[in-house]
Design a binder for this molecule. Sequence first.
Ligand SMILES: [Fe+2]
Ligand SMILES: [Fe+2]
Length: 249
Amino acid sequence: MIRIAAVGDLHYGAGSRDLLRPSLQHLPDRADLLLLAGDLTRCGGTEEVRVLAEELRGMPIPVVAVLGNHDYQTNCEDDVRRVLEGVGVTVLEGEAITLDIDGARIGIAGTKGFGGGFRGAHASDFGEPEMKAFVGHTKRLSDRLEQTLMDLDADLRVALLHYSPIETTLEGERLEIYPFLGSYLLAQAVDNAGADLILHGHAHHGIEKGRTPAGIPVRNVAQPVIRHAYNVYTLDARRQVMAAAGGIS
Ligand SMILES: [Fe+2]
Ligand SMILES: [Fe+2]
């Protein structure tokens, strides 16, 4: 059994001090690792991420994160990453980490991901260079995610994203903005490589649960969706997502 605590879209700012800290105190009793699904800050400022970093400092369980679009807003994403790494958080972008927990090896492949939409209503890399760049960015990140998952030598594999790989977990969002909330290419990448669980955020008005076309469980852990400090997902030896138990909000 591996217990994965996850949350996204914390959107930390200067006024967020101690927002998460009380809930983190009991986290090591409830989960084996904590995954953060991006949008850790409001506008990507280092002063914002430092507030979060101080709350994560000294966590006795591994903390793994991807960044979200908000963390890129001030073009300081490398600094945001360094601040988090400075307190022991692993930040993934087209990369993976493996952790040995209770005799099982869990691999986490992470990318922010990007938009483009979903089958039947998706952008294509055709026409203007700006359009090619937009779709090309999603394709590159998806291809990298697929390769990273394939290369993982692990008993259980988790894909950690910010943007959504499927439409189902966007339900409640305006249909018009779906192309800016995720891309089917992310799900296709994970379905090709295989994984046991996909976590994402970004869709604040979406719903928690869905599945990829190949049946891989997807969970939207944006905090406004899960309405807890974090959710805990348990993966068992049969590689199924058992249940979600809310943390203390
Ligand atoms: Fe967000
Ligand atoms: Fe976002």
